[in-house]
Design a protein around this ligand. Structure first.
Ligand code: RNT
Ligand code: ZN
Length: 421
């Protein structure tokens, strides 16, 4: 049997098996095709950006590894992204950071960025049918070197970052307008204390006031959606992070902003799974940074873990997947960077598919108070043939099935990365 025939045959059997359980596979695949994932541009160049001021990665985040082929220019990064996207089923988005602008060799500081610096990205996104998301870059900069930005005790430094974030929102809105799909502009700042602060309150008051300044100008939601991202700790900010979970949960609810839940930003055993349904009660939309912490917020490539499956399941189980914007957030330089994108994105999509294929009897058992049946069905459903459905989906979207995509990455690596030494 040819590969393609065996994929169809396996799919037919899986379809039948799921139909017996009351699962509509066709509907699940249609729903999956409508869920975009925002790929993080920063996986392609180790969170380096294109400013060329020689700023080292700061902000308490770290990339390790020295795999060859890191993108050095916007053109290389776009080519790498095109390769990655060609191996991922569905239509997706790109998440850009402000320091990935194209500054034409000029020294454009963060408080001077404009939409013009992103015109190539916008044109590229348009021609590739991608939506764009955006982030101010409040790290890797001399004015962030002491670990504080929007909450800084120095008004001048605060204002510098306020201006940067304001401009970032405008750029986000311009992207959203140009592409006809709202840009989620996410504010994350590294601000925090290595050692016990004497005053935790004042920096938080300053941060709330600074954010209010950043968000003062209303922008149409059809162009730009503001998000804020809390964190528990970073390297060098172990004792107190100004923008903590409680800080931003309160901020987002009172100011009607999206809350960004990053899977790596809580205690190592704490999952964002259980937060989704709670936060959606109070906020119309949220953003997820799908990541994988290993012992700390290490931003490992997203793998098909129990945690990932649980997160995806919750998104689907709320019945409001369209209210949850999905972005990836990891950066690994120890393996091929294109493969890192492909592995993580395919895993997230695969986890969403698994969730969409959940037998309805599980929920029904719970409703009937039959916890024995619920557990039985939950466990038995783990070996249902969802892999056959996933393979069929990949084939129907004209992307490689199974590990076949790796050969394409290897070919690209051989042709392209040799020129990058
Ligand atoms: C850092 C945050 C933040 C960054 C990106 C690069 O801990 O997760 O989202 O990873 O902005
Ligand atoms: Zn994040």
């Amino acid at each position: 049997m040819s590969r393609s025939k065996s994929i169809s045959a396996a799919y037919r059997l899986a379809h039948e098996r799921y139909a017996d359980l009351g699962v509509d596979v066709d509907r699940a695949l249609k729903a999956l095709a409508k869920i975009p994932v925002s790929l993080q541009c920063w996986q392609g160049d180790d969170v380096g950006g294109f400013e060329n001021f020689g700023n080292a990665l700061g902000g308490g985040i770290a990339v390790t590894g020295n795999y060859p082929g890191k993108a050095r220019t916007p053109a290389e990064l776009r080519a790498d992204l095109e390769k990655a996207l060609s191996l991922i089923p569905g239509k997706h988005r790109l998440n850009l950071h402000a320091f990935y602008g194209e500054f034409g060799g000029k020294r454009v500081d963060r408080d001077e960025i404009e939409t013009a610096h992103f015109k190539n990205w916008i044109a590229w996104a348009k021609s590739n049918g991608l939506g764009l998301d955006f982030n101010p870059t409040c790290f890797s900069h001399p004015k962030a070197a002491d670990g504080f930005t929007l909450s800084h005790r120095d008004k001048g430094i605060r204002n510098f970052w306020i201006e940067h974030c304001r401009r970032s929102r405008e750029i986000g809105a311009a992207m959203g307008k140009a592409l006809g799909t709202p840009c989620v502009t996410n504010v994350w700042i590294p601000d925090g204390f290595k050692d016990t602060p004497a005053d935790r309150q004042s920096p938080r008051e300053r941060l709330a006031a600074a954010l209010d300044d950043v968000f003062k100008k209303p922008l149409p939601a059809k162009h730009n959606l503001d998000a804020v991202e809390p964190k528990l700790f970073g390297i060098g900010a172990e004792s107190c992070t100004v923008g903590s979970h409680e800080f931003y949960l309160g901020y987002a609810i009172t100011r009607r902003k999206l809350l960004c839940l990053d899977a790596g930003h809580f205690h190592p055993t704490e999952s964002i799974t259980d937060k989704i349904s709670s936060v959606l009660l109070y906020l119309p939309e949220i953003l997820l940074h799908v990541s994988r912490g290993v012992r700390w917020d290490s931003d490992h490539v997203v793998t098909f873990t129990d945690d990932l499956q649980a997160i995806a399941r919750e998104i689907i189980a709320t019945g409001h997947a369209e209210r949850v914007h999905l972005g990836l957030d990891y950066f690994d330089a120890s393996i091929n960077r294109i493969a890192a994108w492909v592995i993580g994105t395919r895993n997230l999509l695969r986890a969403l598919l698994l969730a969409l294929l959940e037998p309805p009897a599980i929920r029904a058992a719970e409703l009937a108070g039959d916890n024995t049946a619920r557990l039985t069905l939950q466990e038995e459903s783990k070996s249902l043939p969802f892999g056959a459905v996933w393979d069929f989906y990949c084939e129907s979207k004209s992307v490689p099935v199974g590990e076949a995509w790796l050969a394409e990455v290897r070919k690209y690596e051989a042709e392209e990365f040799l020129n990058r030494r």
